[in-house]
Design a protein. Structure first.
Length: 364
């Protein structure tokens, strides 16, 4: 029996972000490649983080090039399904919608994988209120968590939905000894305000004023919103020059070093879906302090593998960090609990198995 053939229309690195990372893992997965015949078209129009959100002629040509590649493949190859890692809000949705329309024009089964959220904010505005129901009609939709269904419920029926949590392949670390005299708090994300950069800086200021010793390591790429100079100015305004260090983007062994040297992982995001960095932190045995945003309450068990705080609540973040800064045994126990949860739920192999099963069910 011939394998089903799927056209994947997805963002691929660079730049490095959650959706692109997951799509790259699909491209590289032997488990998925042995089950399906696959072709990939890169949907990314940005090549660096600071290009995201900017308009340029170069990005227009990249979009047109991707659209032409999809059209060519649909004309000359017979696909059983088209898979699209869709942006479900804003300009990104308007950019992705023509690809869905093209796949439907060729009467291909369409699978939309939601690696982000925000549809519910736009669906009442023109032209989204007209366009979104038509884009999602007669499609199969993959969500990262049942918690995220509320965001698409106005245009997607529950019987269209499949749930597949993301997973990551984190190298098995050797035994990590965390006995530093000064605890290190790790923030690992691109410098975007909605990731909680300034909320965390405000919490650091309050912790310093209360007399706590700590180092805050910020690791991630500069963006259009916050570059190195802007970040350092905000650090200086809060008097945190001795406590906070910006290291820029780090990959591979250097990124691993920050996880190994950290004592607490902090992700005070207020606009997110399923942060892969939280999964990585769990794998490295770090307690996680994050927010009740997106699928995070599914990932982090409040009081067991870390703490869940209300979004944008500096005092709640301070309270959670105080508990961990005061108690190294609590940090260790929560980190061990998180590592066990990673092994049970969030490995790359678990993701690949679930993802392949969903595609098989859709195509059968």
């Amino acid at each position: 029996m011939d394998k089903p053939r799927i056209l994947f229309i997805v963002p691929l690195p660079p730049p490095v972000h959650g959706s692109a990372t997951v799509c790259q893992s699909i491209l590289d997965s032997p488990l998925i490649q042995e089950a399906f015949l696959t072709d990939f078209v890169n949907l990314s129009t940005s090549r660096r983080m600071d290009e995201i959100g900017k308009r340029s002629l170069r990005k227009v040509f990249r979009f047109l090039g991707a659209y032409a590649k999809v059209l060519y493949r649909l004309m000359f190859r017979r696909y059983d399904a088209c898979y699209l890692a869709i942006t479900c809000h804003g300009i990104g949705f308007l950019k992705d919608a023509p690809f869905v329309a093209l796949c439907k024009l060729f009467r291909r089964k369409v699978i939309l994988h939601q690696h982000n959220k925000g549809l519910s904010r736009d669906v009442c505005r023109w032209p989204y209120r007209w366009l979104m129901p038509r884009v999602y009609r007669d499609t199969e939709v993959i969500l990262l968590s049942e918690r995220l269904y509320f965001d698409v419920a106005s245009v997607v029926q529950w019987n269209q939905v499949h749930v597949c949590p993301n997973g990551v392949d984190v190298p098995l670390p050797v035994a990590i000894s965390r006995d530093s005299a000064v605890p290190r708090l790790l923030f690992l994300s691109n410098l975007i305000e909605s990731k909680g950069v300034y909320v965390f800086l405000d919490a650091c200021r309050e912790l310093r004023e209360k007399g706590y010793e700590f180092i805050g390591d910020f690791v991630g790429g500069e963006t259009r919103e916050i570059n190195r100079e802007t970040f350092n100015n905000e650090v200086q305004k809060r008097g945190l020059q001795e406590n906070v260090i910006y290291h820029g983007p780090q990959y591979g062994a250097e990124k691993e070093r920050f996880f190994r040297e950290a004592d607490i992982f902090v992700q005070p995001t207020f606009e997110d879906c399923f942060p892969l960095t939280i999964v990585e932190a769990m794998r490295y045995g770090l307690p996680v302090v994050s927010t009740d945003e997106g699928a995070i309450p599914d990932m982090v068990v409040d009081g067991e593998t870390g703490f869940i705080c209300p979004r944008k609540e500096v005092q709640a973040l301070v309270n959670a960090l105080e508990k961990l800064l005061k108690n190294s045994e609590l940090r260790k126990q929560m980190g061990e609990n998180g590592c066990s949860r990673y092994k049970e739920r969030y490995t790359l192999k678990a993701f690949e198995k679930t993802f392949r099963g969903i595609l098989s069910d859709i195509l059968n």
